[in-house]
Design a protein. Sequence first.
Length: 406
Amino acid sequence: MKVTRHIYLDYNATTPLCSEVANVLDRCNRLIFANPSSPYEIAKKTRLEIEKARDQVAKLINCDKNEIYFTSGGTESNNLAIKGYLDYLRNLLYKQSIMARNKRANLHLITSQIEHLSILNVFRYIEKNYKDNYQCMVSYLPVDGSGFVDKGEFRSAIGKDTVLISIMLANNEIGSIQPIEELVKIAKSLNENIIFHCDAVQGLGKMEIDVKKLGVDLLSLSSHKIHGPKGVGALYVRNGVKLFPILHGGHQEKGLRPGTENVCSIIAFGYACEIVRKNLKRNIDIMAKLKEFLKEKLIEELSGMVDLRINSPDKKCLPNTLNVCFNGVDSELLISYLSREGIYVSSGSACTSGLIEPSHVLLAMGIEPELAKNAIRFSLGVENTERDLEEVVKKIKEIIVKNKLN
């Protein structure tokens, strides 16, 4: 079967390069090739282009450009934030323990049960491997039925040994936006020395992000979620916060992230941030209207034939993300049939594709495993149209009836 029209509804997994960014990337690959660490003129030009990109990223999240460190993407940024701070802290405590005759320290960390695997698996690694003089204990906070961390549970979890908290800004599967500003205030009121990290990869380009307003100490970003190239991201490190590098090499990124910079991708990332900053409010409005249209169409056309459960919250949710359980319909089969029609959606995080396990996010929300396996995530972009969404709902209805999936 030849597919003549493609409808992409998986923007939370990745986004296509926009034409302006693609042109920048092509120009850079042809003209800006010098190693920025070299001493001659064309290398200095490369360095200036990187610093321009650093400023563009900084402006999008309202921080100083010297607080932005380029990485290979969200996963590395998350690892660098968590491991980098813990390694710094353990080194500091080691020096103090010598003075205190090897007194053992307990390090308490807090995260939520619905974090991306690049957070959860870091904490699991730390629990298993950071066992010397510093016992690391992690609290995995539950969420309610809409995917929000309970503020009371959060407050109760914080103790005198709590040193690091990592809570995502917006969930990649259901779109819930956590009250980070309030959580930071609670944490800092109980212990001003707690370091608060926020994975903002999914929020970038879909909501306003102001690190000064949020009050976070560390914040992770990724380029390919905002129509920039893959393989590049950034970590915001508030001035005064100390991290140890997790890679060892040269002096790049002030020694925190060694290795010759991914010059062209960094420049393109900066340009993508500039485009997002100029169009953010307009894009949010477009995506929000499209999501509401899709939600209404699904309910209108399918409610009589299949039991729908909308998993994304009505409020405090990303404007482009709609997670739906089609009760009794095998989501993997439905996704496969849609793909044959040129319609691309997912069952959740791209990092877990191929797994038959139900989403850890939906399970944490209290959804039964069998129902959680029937979930589909629609994540929209400004390139989508109402015509696209009408076609998607029409095809879903046809596929369910034709293949007797209900």
